[in-house]
Design a protein. Structure first.
Length: 191
């Protein structure tokens, strides 16, 4: 059986983003475990705010179609999800919404395993945003989301100069999450 193809993406495109660091670390760990990793930046796929009138007159933007093809080409997805005001980022929500509106064949969310992580300067590590993202993916889009999630609190000091997590407990949670994503993806691929 071929190695699982895993898409890794951060819901933040800000320079120095903690979630960008978490996504990079997850991509590295997945690659070490022999996953075929595609690490993308949403900065490379700008999209307008979702607008039903725009969709009706112009269809889904080309970047939404490209992203849908990327999601379809991968067996699993790791999303690093920043938390804004106890919820998901507009960038990530808008991206997922646009992808769901592309009329080309194939469902980019169903029968695909998702793993969620977050890094936040706060004490909760972005957990409130992760709960919202889980609802969007599972209830709204029909995706399969691993039950375990990783929430990196006090993210300003959570990463060492090599981009690794300083806290062994949280690092272990990330290890288990990426291992779980690969295991669940392999099971899904065998069906």
């Amino acid at each position: 059986m071929r190695n699982p193809k895993i898409l890794v993406c951060s819901g933040s495109v800000r320079g120095g983003s903690f979630n960008g660091k978490l996504a990079a670390l997850a991509a590295k760990k997945l690659a070490i475990l022999d996953a075929d990793v595609t690490h993308l930046s949403l900065k490379d796929y700008p999209l307008p705010i979702y607008d039903g009138d725009l969709e009706e007159t112009s269809g889904a933007p080309e970047n939404a179609r490209k992203l849908k093809r990327l999601f379809l080409a991968n067996d699993g997805v790791f999303l690093s999800c920043p938390e804004y005001n106890a919820g998901v980022t507009p960038l990530l929500k808008n991206t997922l919404d646009w992808i769901s509106r592309v009329k080309e064949p194939g469902d980019p969310y169903r029968n695909k395993m998702f793993a969620l992580g977050s890094a936040s300067p706060g004490a909760y590590g972005g957990m409130r945003g992760l709960i919202g993202m889980r609802t969007i993916l599972e209830v709204g889009l029909g995706a399969m989301v691993l039950p375990q999630m990783v929430a990196v609190s006090k993210a300003a000091s959570a990463f060492d100069d090599k981009g690794e997590l300083s806290d062994e407990r949280v690092g272990g949670q990330l290890d288990k999450l990426v291992e779980g994503l690969l295991r669940a993806t392999r099971i899904e691929m065998s069906h």
